[in-house]
Design a protein around this ligand. Sequence first.
Ligand code: SF4
Ligand code: SF4
Length: 471
Amino acid sequence: MENNRKDTEEFRDHLSTVTEEGKRVWVYPKKPKGKFYNAREIVAVLLLAILFGTPFIKINGHPLILLDILDRKFILFGVPFGPQDFHLFVLTIIGLVISVFLFTVVYGRIWCGWACPQTIFMEMLFRKIEYWIEGDANKQRALNKAPWTGEKIFKKGFKHIIFGILAFLIGNALLAWVIGIDGVYEIASKPISSVMGKFTAMIIFSGIIYFFYAYFREQVCTLICPYGRLQGVMLDQNSLVITYDYKRGEPRGRIKKDVEQNLGDCIDCRLCVDVCPTGIDIRNGTQLECVNCTACIDACDAVMTKVKRPVGLIRYASKNEIETGKRKIFTPKAIGYTVILALLFGLIFFLLSTRSNFELSIVRTAGLLSQQQPGNKISNLYDFDIINKTFDDLPAELELVGRKGEIKVVSGNLNVKPQSIAKGKLLVILPEAEVKQLSSSIQIAVKTKGKVIDIIKTNFLGKIKRNKRKK
Ligand code: SF4
Ligand code: SF4
């Protein structure tokens, strides 16, 4: 460990919220306040508005965004994506995962503190309700120790009822992203027996959310969240994290009046520990539990202002910056990730921009030769597949390009329903005089409402000429 620091590495051997016997240590963080907290509140309001508001926005009667993983139907900004676009979905997910890695290498856990739903729901909704009903940390601690009086029953009961309602609202909002707001209305308006599956899912969803925020809390970040557990491999000496400037702060110690002291700037008031929602002491260094919530920055800045010392004893900085005073953002690792990310997103953008609303295929039925038709004509049998990815009906028409002849649908339907696939068989019939070779190329134009949407090239088999045997 660094220089004159008093602490040992012993704190890394156990979680701050679990006793040696394995019991939970309940964290009572002091209510944070300061400029970072204010900024986080603004970001949280915006994100919550997006979460609750987006399912209500529709374009031409369809959701702006729908992430129906159950039926594999996705709508992004009004554009429908179906199972046929699975490659785009996989690429986007890979792109997002890599971008999370890149972002973390450079900017540390900014996501956790500012945008993660877990932190936003916990710190900006549930915790605020708890402060409002039970008071700040000391009052909460006292209330929990107090016997079950009428006041305690009222406060606890009231808090958990509001927690339950909030969990139900969040559960419904998340569900609306998956099944659409109409799906949620359906659950609410129809008899429970007719929507039992969805209703059960909604109750389970809401119950899990209630459990997470009423009881499990910071344990989600330290025990469950894979992103949190991967920090050790993602962060390096140049990552921007919330860190204590031990060079400036140590040796720490309380200020004693009229006593000459040779101390650093940390007055060991422990306010940074008191406000921490995960119960850690950031002065021990970067730790797995730290969700970069900035509460300790605000607390320490307020203390530094009071004792008339420069703010920023705890701040966003890299380990190298604290040690050398210089910050290096573009490390080879960060550059490597950026290049991969740019290529991946370039590919995703290309695929999205060239993505068609329809997919068509017409292939000659395997194993069949040409057929003789009346009137000196010959035909070939083809299988067709038309995928309609739009929300509208697709009345398709097929037309031969640059050839005399006709197309006859013998099975299936060319009227493709919204977001569905039409399959069938058709005959291409050409006059014999048109077919001079054993195999020739033909083009079929696919039209809808008079507009050509695709031209498909395929081949056409002529008649096999047999040599007449000499008698
Ligand atoms: S809030 Fe600042 S001064 Fe107080 S203990 Fe923490 S680092 Fe030291
Ligand atoms: S150490 Fe600071 S930034 Fe990290 S979780 Fe605790 S209060 Fe938040």
